[in-house]
Design a protein around this ligand. Structure first.
Ligand SMILES: Nc1ncnc2c1ncn2[C@@H]1O[C@H](COP(=O)(O)OP(=O)(O)OP(=O)(O)O)[C@@H](O)[C@H]1O
Ligand SMILES: [Mg+2]
Length: 262
């Protein structure tokens, strides 16, 4: 089964997966997926539960390395560089390709220390003033600073769900990533918190490349410029979001976006 591009391929490619195949033990979760992630755009990964969206996303920063029995084949590049090459420093890779998860997962530390964590372990700052500056800038980029500026040393876990998720975004941003991966970042949030995150995603793409997994067709249509449709571990088609949502090439995409399955 070959995946089809429903529209022009992205012009500037930040990450590329070529023939990506993943096994968990004997179980094959991805079947030769070839997909480009366009630079400074939002790419939405959609498809029914279990189709391999999270698996593909995790290949992009080698989070599958942490899953026992997971095996990744194929080639994945970041700016043309093979991220599975033997000389790749995985910690550095994950700083360049950050991740935000489904459930907000702040560390049991203060708001400040959550954001300062990455810059500290990567030795990005020379002194406290520089660290303060990164923390403030990251919280501002995540649209959270005004709400927390008077309680930076309170626990991150004391924030609301939506605030916690923005804190996690600030934490991801603090190490100046190039790509941010988001796996259903709004699924635990109410509509207002979701709207804030969606606005934020639109803002962030000026500086970052974003890949987002979502079950909400409305969200995919609102936030993304490209959409990739997965089914049963394969890429069904990928193209400009407005085309995928109005005239997809594949029947399965049409059926999925109109709610006929999944
Ligand atoms: N850690 C794991 N061990 C074994 N099998 C796994 C593991 N993670 C995922 N799988 C299997 O791989 C397939 C793809 O799963 P994946 O989580 O990538 O799907 P998904 O599209 O993200 O689904 P959802 O929308 O429900 O999050 C599924 O069949 C799933 O059961
Ligand atoms: Mg998933």
């Amino acid at each position: 089964m070959t995946a089809k591009y429903a529209a022009v391929k992205p012009k500037r490619v930040k990450m590329r997966g070529e023939n990506v195949t993943v096994f968990y033990g004997n179980k094959q979760a991805l079947h030769g997926v070839t997909l480009d992630i366009a630079a400074n755009k939002v790419t939405a990964l959609i498809g029914p539960s279990g189709c391999g969206k999270s698996t593909f996303l995790r290949c992009l920063n080698r989070m599958n390395d942490t899953i026992e029995g997971a095996r990744v084949e194929g080639v994945i590049t970041l700016d043309g560089e093979d991220i599975y090459a033997p000389d790749i420093d995985v910690v550095e890779l994950r700083a360049r390709v950050g991740m935000v998860f489904q459930r907000p997962n702040p560390f049991p530390k203060s708001i400040y220390d959550n954001v300062a964590y990455g810059p500290r372990i990567h030795g990005l700052t020379k002194n406290r003033a520089e660290l303060d500056e990164i923390v403030e800038k990251s919280l501002k980029s995540a649209g959270l600073f005004d709400e927390v500026k008077d309680r930076l040393h309170d626990a991150g876990t004391g924030l609301s769900g939506g605030q916690q998720q923005r804190l996690c975004i600030a934490r991801a941003i603090a190490v100046s990533p190039e790509v941010i991966l988001m796996d259903e970042p709004c699924s635990a949030l109410d509509p207002i918190a979701t709207a804030r995150i969606e606005e934020l995603i639109d803002d962030l793409r000026k500086n970052y490349t974003i890949a987002i997994v979502t079950h909400s067709m409305q969200q995919a249509a609102r936030v993304s410029q490209y959409t990739a449709m997965f089914h049963l571990g394969s890429l069904v088609e990928m193209g400009e979001t407005k085309i995928i949502f109005t005239s997809p090439k594949e029947r399965r995409t049409q059926d999925y976006i109109t709610g006929r399955f999944g």
